[in-house]
Design a protein around this ligand. Structure first.
Ligand code: FAD
Length: 396
């Protein structure tokens, strides 16, 4: 188990005077994701929002475009391009303005299937990773519970050892991709007598496991093109082979992989912020008022300039962190700063951008209205701002 990923391709391992984000392969990847977004999200995004999920065919299409295996070894069909590639993918998928789709994809590709890669047996990896990289199987991660969100160390779902396997009992909430997914990485307590952080294990659980029921949660405020579900385990038998990493080592594994997750979430915020600003610049340049356009009003220009400054600062922090991670540096603190900084900046930015759209920004179906709703979760999910800042403080 590692805390940072040393990637094997040029996009992560090479010293170069150019920022990794300006290397030809990074530019080519960005173009490839943009092309995928143009050909798929632009015309299908509204349908995903109405459906309340990103259909499996969309994952398959991303798989065919080679965009689901950037965190995975070529042996399984991946490209192992590392954190810079993940940031590019997250930013560009969010530029589609259908960030629910981006969330579903990043959770699958960067935040859950990676646990199989790092903690699964060869047999499990051989059975699932190629399918996940093709988008034929969808993965997710179930950590949160009704009584354990930010305080996840106190999770109560129990995995009791029995001959040949474990029996799971407990409830998981807010599980993205569970409703239509195939395999969920589930955190459960295997040693209730141990110190809370030493008694948690991770399991790869098939969504059709007997004793597991999965149902939709209430309709979400935003991120509507991804689904969230409640998973109820009642005497659900899983086999020994479902264990990831070693027994009772799950909490450390979650923490280690959180760095990749939080970097991806921070990059999503950057993509959303830059898109909101671009939409707003286009809007105010066209919108006629007081004998000119809204852009002609100094207050409008200066407000947008300030929002752009905030977005650039967030992007600089996220990109620098990704580059340092790609070089194999320990970036725990930087990721802990980048995620809340980008998320809080995004909230300021969408507030300003919605204001500049006037009533139009309040209409359902408008891209800026959707970004405004999607943005709200970015300071909550993947570690609330306060929780992460507390961790930053501990390291000061
Ligand atoms: C759209 C969406 C998708 C999600 N997807 C997944 C998923 O796929 N898998 C999964 O396991 N979970 C998922 N979650 C759950 C998410 O990770 C939790 O919502 C998050 O960790 C916060 O937990 P909570 O909602 O229980 O809030 P709580 O823990 O109840 O916290 C509420 C608020 O209290 C404040 N707070 C909490 N702790 C502190 C502190 N120490 N100091 C100061 N203030 C504090 C923060 O403002 C926080 O937002 C998802 C959530 C959403 C909304």
């Amino acid at each position: 188990m590692t805390t940072t990923t040393q990637s094997t391709t040029d996009m992560g391992s090479q010293e170069n005077l150019l920022s990794y984000f300006h290397l030809p392969e990074a530019i080519a990847l960005r173009d490839r994701v943009r092309a995928w977004v143009r050909d798929n999200a632009t015309n299908q995004g509204m349908a995903w929002e109405e459906l309340g999920t990103t259909p499996k065919e969309v994952f398959q299409s991303l798989g065919r475009a080679g965009l689901l295996g950037m965190r995975h070894d070529p042996h399984w069909g991946g490209t192992n391009q590392g954190p810079v590639a993940s940031v590019i993918l997250a930013e560009e998928l969010c530029r589609s303005t259908y960030s629910g789709m981006a969330e579903a994809v990043m959770i699958h590709a960067d935040m859950s299937s990676t646990h199989l890669a790092h903690g699964g047996s060869d047999d499990m990896r051989a059975r699932h990773l190629p399918a996940m990289i093709r988008g034929a199987e969808i993965c997710g991660i179930a950590v949160t519970e009704p009584e354990a969100g930010s305080d996840l160390i106190n999770l109560a779902t129990r995995a009791e050892k029995r001959a040949g396997g474990y029996v799971l009992d407990g409830t998981k909430t807010y599980v993205t991709n569970a409703l239509h997914g195939d395999l969920m990485v589930v955190a459960a307590r295997t040693d209730p007598a141990a110190k809370p952080s030493r008694g948690i294990s991770l399991f790869a659980v098939s969504t059709d496991t007997e004793g597991l029921s999965i149902r939709s949660m209430a309709k979400k405020h935003g991120m509507r093109s991804s689904d969230i579900a409640i998973m109820e385990f009642r005497g659900a038998h899983i086999r020994d082979e479902a264990l990831l990493y070693q027994e009772n080592c799950g909490f450390g594994a979650i923490m280690a992989r959180f760095e990749d997750e939080r970097l991806a979430v921070a990059a999503m915020s950057v993509g959303m912020a830059e898109t909101a600003i671009q939409l707003s610049v286009d809007h105010v340049r066209a919108r006629q008022a007081f004998g000119g356009t809204l852009w002609d009003l100094q207050a409008t220009r200066q407000r947008l300039a300030w929002l752009k400054t905030q977005a650039n600062a967030a992007r600089a922090l996220v990109h620098e962190t990704a580059i340092r991670m790609a070089r194999g540096e320990n970036c725990q603190s930087e990721v802990l700063m980048a995620k809340p900084f980008a998320g809080e900046a995004l909230l300021d930015i969408v507030r300003g951008c919605l204001q500049l759209h006037g009533g139009q920004g309040y209409l359902e179906g408008e891209a800026i209205e959707r970004i405004g709703r999607d943005a709200r979760v970015m300071t909550i999910g993947g570690g609330a701002t306060e929780v992460l800042l507390e961790e930053v403080a501990k390291r000061m």
